[in-house]
Design a binder for this molecule. Structure first.
Ligand code: ZN
Length: 713
């Protein structure tokens, strides 16, 4: 159930203003997204019709509205994804985070209770709406379709359109943000306050803010429809290496001929083809005779780059037909020029100046950002953790890109505060999360991927990222209105992740899942199959399976009447199975240490409540420090072994940890009385600070804050 539109707030608090259509309402632009990410049978004529509609939409979007209230009060909410209170406290005590130290001394610093699971989409959805996951409908990155057992991204749903004679759209296809509830910044903007929201997770398609600006973050796909596919072009690959990596990469073999190699960039799915085919564009590389530099050529754009040099942004345009071109931007880094040529290419970010589907509201806000700040990455997953995890770039390249992106985020945030100050600014950086995921192994000598040499060089990467966070906080505080309220939050904390748990294998070995061919060797799965054409659970005999795991910590019953091949009756049978799984999971011991692996197993109906319970898992499995659902389980595989070492550089995690030891951070320049503030409290607190009534009954409570703000430094 969706929370109804809060027409009453708008009617009572704001005068009529020019209507700005949201992408949700029109559905027109979402069609292009569907064309991007789904195979569809669209004729050129239909695309012409669609293109005309899109043009009309873009013209309509030129009507801007303005906020009606003067900017007197100011509330600034900064989000630092994954910032951990224990690490922050440690580095504050060591004098490394002076701005946060000042907030802690004169305002507030507390751990922030988070959602179960403490996972970014889940927690940011609750942050925005003040609702628990049972109300937001976001329980994980993934949800499952009980009719197919296939996982789907939980953040958006797609509805196919209907077309008369295969041409005239009678029902527009639609992409819908699956998060239920009204975000607090929407309620604030509806009440006439000028509102700016930067890189907000789960805002795709973006919420229209009357008189405000919103740029969507986590959840925006790349042009291939994935969460970020990097490319690795190299002459050191054999024909057996090429193809999709386990997570998020495309390996392309180059054959050098007289120092010259040509290849193809495989882009979005061709929406006009019945068969799943991707559009490609040619690319070429020419190594200089001295082997010191490489000239990259793509669609008439060239750059001559030395080893270890980044290119500027290139445009990569994929022409569907004379009426439709899908435009993206990408960047190159020369890993090696000779004797082997090795080139990294970033994911194909949707073009911020010519977005195939808007990533902001108004739709041209991303284009305005480019005019002021140069090209901006638009991909939701902002930092290329996948290329480092697949070991195609090294730590230094990753950090250089990550910190440059973080600095641009800071500059954009500062620019908004200084040059177009809003009443409410919400801005989220994800660098703290990405660096922690990739570098926790260098903080943990017991991690399987601890490396003393690398630790000497990059062991301070997380700390340096926190120092950048602290520096940004200091600059933002100085740019705020003197009496403004500053709130800083993270969505969760962090753990070292040393070992993975194969949940489906455990279910199979304990008789809750039956395999057609027990012991059959299964091909390892990769992420491209998750977004592409993979088959899930091909070896599962559903008629004799009671439960299955999808996502990072969710277990679902195979219920008769709900699942396609349900085998469990609701009622006493279901309850008994759940209790058996619950009890036996808690008894699981690590075969090496004989320690428990799982901290808690929760019954979904006990921890979630609200209008979206039909999507809730029956069980939520939360692991002890050091453990998480394995990589292959997260891709729907049933590999051999139950507890397996995590041999990836992605070595810190939180996604299936217990919320009781995975809190986020809460800082404010106000003194806050609550001993245990929760991420659910942020929405009601901001609404109260701006005297805006909550749009619905919220699960969180407004925090009591002191009236005085810190003096400006
Ligand atoms: Zn994370």
């Amino acid at each position: 159930m969706r929370t109804p539109h809060r027409a009453s707030i708008r009617a009572s608090r704001a005068p009529p203003r020019v209507r700005f259509p949201s992408t949700d309402e029109t559905g027109v632009l979402t069609m292009v997204h569907l064309m991007l990410v789904q195979k569809r049978n669209l004729t050129p004529k239909l695309i012409l019709v669609a293109s005309a509609l899109i043009l009309g939409f873009l013209l309509a979007s030129c009507h801007r509205t303005t906020a009606t209230r003067p900017v007197t009060k100011q509330v600034v909410v900064l989000g630092f994804d994954g910032a951990d209170p224990k690490l922050a406290a440690k580095w504050i005590a060591e004098g490394k985070l002076p701005n946060l130290a000042r907030l802690a001394a004169q305002g507030s610093f507390k751990p922030l209770e988070t959602t179960n699971p403490p996972e970014s989409p889940v927690a940011w959805a609750s942050f925005a709406t003040g609702l628990n996951p049972g109300g937001t409908g976001i329980f994980d990155f993934l949800k499952r379709d009980p009719q197919t057992y296939l996982p789907e991204l939980a953040l958006v749903s797609r509805q196919k359109g209907k077309f008369l004679w295969g041409m005239v759209p009678v029902r527009m296809p639609k992409v819908t943000n699956e998060r239920s509830g009204v975000p607090f910044y929407k309620a604030v903007a509806d009440a006439g306050y000028k509102t700016t929201v930067i890189r907000m997770p789960l805002e795709f398609p973006p919420t229209a803010l009357p008189g405000g600006k919103l740029w969507a973050g986590l959840g925006v796909p790349d042009l291939r429809g994935t969460w970020g596919t990097f490319f690795y072009f190299s002459s050191d690959l054999t024909q057996w290496d090429v193809g999709d990596t386990e997570f998020g990469g495309k390996l392309v073999r180059l054959e050098l001929n007289d120092n010259h190699a040509t290849s193809m960039v495989e882009g979005p799915v061709d929406p006009t083809k019945e068969k799943f085919t991707r559009l490609s564009i040619p690319i070429s590389f020419r190594v200089s005779p001295d082997g010191q530099s490489v000239t990259v050529e793509l669609q008439g754009q060239t750059a001559t780059l030395h080893e270890h040099q980044w290119s500027n942004w290139f445009h990569a345009r994929f022409r569907v037909n004379p009426f439709l071109t899908l435009s993206s931007i990408c960047q190159f880094y020369i890993l090696q020029a000779s004797p082997d040529l090795r080139v990294y290419m970033s994911p194909l970010n949707l073009d911020p100046e010519k977005p195939p589907i808007p990533m902001s509201s108004p739709a041209d806000y991303t284009s305005e950002l480019v005019k002021k700040h140069g090209p901006v990455k638009t991909l939701g997953w902002w930092h290329d953790t996948w290329a480092l995890n697949e070991e195609r770039i090294d730590e230094g390249v990753f950090l250089e890109d990550c910190w440059r992106t973080m600095d641009q985020w800071r500059d954009i945030t500062l620019d908004e505060l200084k040059n177009d100050p809003p009443s409410l600014l919400v801005s989220v950086s994800t660098a703290t999360d990405s660096v922690s995921h990739m570098f926790f192994r260098l903080l943990d000598p017991t991690h399987p991927r601890y490396d003393a040499d690398l630790a000497a060089k990059y062991g301070d990467a997380v700390e340096k990222t926190y120092e950048r966070m602290d520096d940004a906080v200091g600059q933002i505080m100085r740019a705020m209105k003197p009496e403004g309220t500053l709130i800083i939050v993270s969505d969760h904390g962090f753990h070292s992740w040393r070992k993975g748990f194969n949940t489906n294998t455990w279910l199979a070995e304990n008789g809750f899942m039956t395999l057609k061919e027990p012991g059959a060797a299964e091909q390892p799965k990769n992420l491209d199959q998750l977004f592409g054409q993979g088959s899930f659970f091909p070896n599962t005999d559903w008629s004799r399976t009671q439960a299955y795991a999808v996502g990072l910590g969710q277990i679902y019953l195979n219920l008769i009447g709900r699942e396609k091949s349900g085998a469990v009756h609701s009622g006493p049978e279901a309850e008994a199975i759940l209790k058996a799984i619950h009890d036996r999971l808690l008894a699981v011991r690590d075969p090496d240490t004989h320690e428990p692996v799982i901290q808690n197993v929760y019954y979904g109906k006990e921890i979630f409540h609200g209008g979206r319970m039909s999507d809730a898992p029956e069980l939520q499995v939360d692991f002890r420090d050091g453990y998480r659902t394995s990589w292959q389980t997260s891709l729907g595989a049933v590999p051999p072994g139950i507890v397996v070492a995590n041999l990836k550089k992605w070595s810190g995690d939180h996604c299936a940890s217990d919320p009781s030891d995975t809190q986020g951070i809460f800082f404010s320049n106000q003194r806050v009385g609550a001993l245990h503030p929760s991420i659910l409290d942020i929405a009601p607190t901001v609404l109260k600070l701006l005297s805006v009534p909550p749009p619905a009954q919220l699960d969180g409570n407004a925090l009591e804050t002191s009236s005085g703000a810190l003096s400006q430094p």
